[in-house]
Design a protein around this ligand. Structure first.
Ligand code: WTA
Length: 634
């Protein structure tokens, strides 16, 4: 067996989980021994959740790219590390072997160094889903620079906010990105963002779509020209301390500004590898297809670091599931004989809506395991996935986790531990979940709902929020004493299986993307005509949740429809298309308590269509406003 720590039975899982909690140092040292370290650790773990201070593998030195690339050269040099499927199925695909990846990453590490990038510098990466994105990320890790990938759908304003927060002086981008029928001009967006970021010294631009771009003298250079200057195909991997930051990834919280979640080198590497090997029960030479974008944590952990550290073949897809038609995922699976598919419930629901037509003449016989991530999967979607994609022959893994957790926290192990539709089921070894009530008291019984917390540190626990440790404490570790609070609610059944019910804070999950209501409100409020706004979620058939905005507008002259469009366009400009409200209701007031707090509970009920059952409204300042909103519901 090639992964000695791969769990092979339910009993072995139970034993592993128990050992991981009773003797975490022994448990994790056995696993960590299978990695390449430049210097061994002195202390496996040392943590407390008060401040918080979390350290894993202290004293060890390593470079994650030696584990993801170099160590596979001995026996997997010619095995594809990355298979790349382009947006347009008629264009050539690319097979990048581990030997190729080594060369590309090492060359580009030289490019980074030649351009003044050093260990510890923050590098923002804003690219489409092309192999060079993987190369850019890994080359940063090779030289010890901290990468911060920004999803290609974010606006110039969002990029500028992130660049400023991370004080990133370097940007890597493309001229443009293909997504379905669109050609998105990424470099133009970067140019707009950099107007407010004069501290950015260098922009490296990969030519991909051949869209015309303007290059700023002294600041912008072409990737391809820089690589041509490099003769040395080796770059000595930087010696990183276990707790040195590996990357920053911004994610939405319940307050206005996205937070820069920081993960460190050693713990993140060990945990993403361990969960990849165990959750999917990966077997050597299998083709693993994660449909996420590398701009999100799922892409970081399960397109790049998890699979590559395990010497797997990871399939990277540039396009979207519905281009050129809704059979695209199935074509890709057949073309490359994909064995493991990992996607999001929203993708499953949107493809379900096309019926079975796009599945005709598709074989899908290579699939062995299928998985989901990012949001609760409803039973209907679960059964459709099981029946029509897995052909009732593939275990479904429903993996619950977060940007902050780095890797999968609660999931069944494919074919090893039981699955249950719409349940993430049991914790991974190393993970100690519990439910608490509003007051923070642990709920010990089963068949209960509560707020989901984690009791002890796991290797890829969030270390800090970049530049603001206090924010990390108040967001995750201050709600309940000595617990990590996930922001999610969960139900636990009679067998101790967890079902995630959704966010209990002011964070929406729209098509698997996390969006803070406060963030959307801030964007809406930037529109000159807007006086105040309140944003809530409502159930949406395909997206899981839709965005419902109540907006007080200054004098309702002009056409309502145009005003709505204009407000939606403002949000797209400020955040990006993913945050565009699905519904905008113009109102003359918002329901507030006497102390001036917006009663979101009421707005949520109205958005959900539960007009009869608004709950206690006795603390309302002005109840006439509620009637008006109810009557005006769109
Ligand atoms: C939600 C994505 C139900 C949850 C990896 C969490 C899920 C948020 C599941 C994190 C699941 C993720 N079932 N809900 N299997 N997986 N979520 O940071 O609300 O983009 O808090 O990380 O997605 O989203 P994030």
């Amino acid at each position: 067996m090639s992964y000695p720590y791969q769990i092979k039975s339910l009993e072995a899982y139970q034993e592993a989980w128990k050992k991981s909690i009773d003797a975490p140092a022994d448990f994790w040292s056995e696993i960590a021994n299978h990695f390449v370290w430049k210097k061994p650790w002195q202390n496996i773990l040392d943590w407390e959740f008060k401040t918080p201070a979390i350290k894993w593998f202290e004293g060890a030195q390593l470079n994650i790219t030696e584990n993801c690339i170099d160590r596979h050269l001995k026996d997997k040099a010619n095995q594809p590390a990355i298979i790349w499927e382009p947006n347009n199925p008629n264009d050539a695909h690319r097979l990048i072997t581990y030997a190729d990846l080594y060369e590309l990453v090492n060359q580009f590490a030289h490019v980074l160094q030649n351009n003044g990038i050093k260990k510890g510098d923050r590098v923002c990466i804003y690219m489409g889903m092309i192999p060079e994105l993987a190369v850019a990320v890994l080359a940063c890790a090779r030289i010890g620079a901290i990468h911060s990938v920004i999803f290609g759908g974010f606006s110039a304003q969002s990029i500028a906010d992130r660049l400023q927060d991370a004080q990133a002086e370097f940007v890597i981008t493309c001229d443009g990105a293909f997504r379905g029928p669109k050609d998105i001009p990424l470099k133009n967006v970067i140019d707009d963002a950099l107007v407010t970021c004069p501290f950015v010294k260098r922009v490296i631009v990969y030519m991909h779509t051949k869209t015309p771009v303007s290059m700023l003298k002294g600041r912008d250079v072409w990737w391809q020209e820089e690589v041509e200057k490099i003769e040395d195909k080796h770059f000595p991997a930087a010696c990183m301390e276990a707790e040195d930051p590996l990357f920053i990834l911004y994610t939405s919280g319940s307050t206005g500004k996205p937070k820069g979640v920081v993960h460190s080198c050693a713990g993140y590497m060990v945990y993403t590898n361990y969960t990849f090997v165990n959750v999917f029960q990966y077997q050597p030479e299998e083709i693993f297809f994660c449909t996420a974008d590398i701009g999100w944590i799922t892409g970081h952990s399960y397109i790049l670091y998890g699979p590559l550290s395990a010497g797997a073949t990871s399939l990277m897809f540039e396009g979207i599931p519905t281009f050129p038609d809704a059979g695209r995922f199935w074509d890709i699976i057949d073309k490359y004989k994909v064995n493991i598919l990992y996607t999001a419930p929203t993708a499953i629901r949107s493809l379900m809506a096309f019926g079975l037509g796009p599945l005709q003449n598709k074989d899908l016989g290579s699939l062995r395991v299928i998985g989901t991530v990012g949001e609760p999967i409803n039973e209907e979607a679960w059964h459709w996935y099981d029946e029509h994609i897995g052909k009732k022959n593939c275990p479904i893994v429903d993996t619950w986790w977060q940007t902050e957790t780095g890797g999968v926290m609660i999931s069944n192990l494919a074919g090893i531990t039981p699955a249950k539709p719409s349940f993430a089921t049991l914790p991974m070894p190393g993970v100690e979940p519990l439910l608490v009530d509003e007051k923070g008291n642990e709920i010990k019984e089963n068949n209960v709902t509560g707020n989901l917390c984690i009791r002890s540190a796991w290797p890829s626990t969030i270390r800090t929020t970049y530049g603001d440790h206090e924010r990390c404490r108040t967001n995750y570790f201050a709600t309940y004493d000595n617990l990590y609070f996930t922001g999610d609610g969960a139900y636990r059944d009679e067998n101790g299986f967890y079902r995630i019910t959704g966010r209990v804070d002011d964070v929406l999950n729209v098509s698997g993307h996390r969006i803070g209501t406060a963030e959307v409100e801030n964007a809406i409020n930037m529109h000159a005509g807007v006086i105040e706004s309140a944003v809530v979620g409502y159930p949406h058939d395909v997206k899981g949740q839709g965005i419902y905005a109540y907006v007080i507008y200054n004098g309702l002259h002009g056409e309502e429809e145009l005003i709505r469009k204009d407000i939606a366009a403002t949000v797209t400009r400020v955040i990006g298309p993913i945050a565009k409200p699905d519904k905008i209701q113009l109102v003359s007031g918002l329901p507030k308590t006497r102390s001036g707090k917006i009663m979101r509970r009421i707005l949520r009920k109205i958005a959900e269509g539960e007009l009869e059952n608004l709950g206690d409204t006795s603390t309302l300042l002005d109840s006439a406003v509620v009637d008006e909103i109810k009557n005006g519901k769109i």
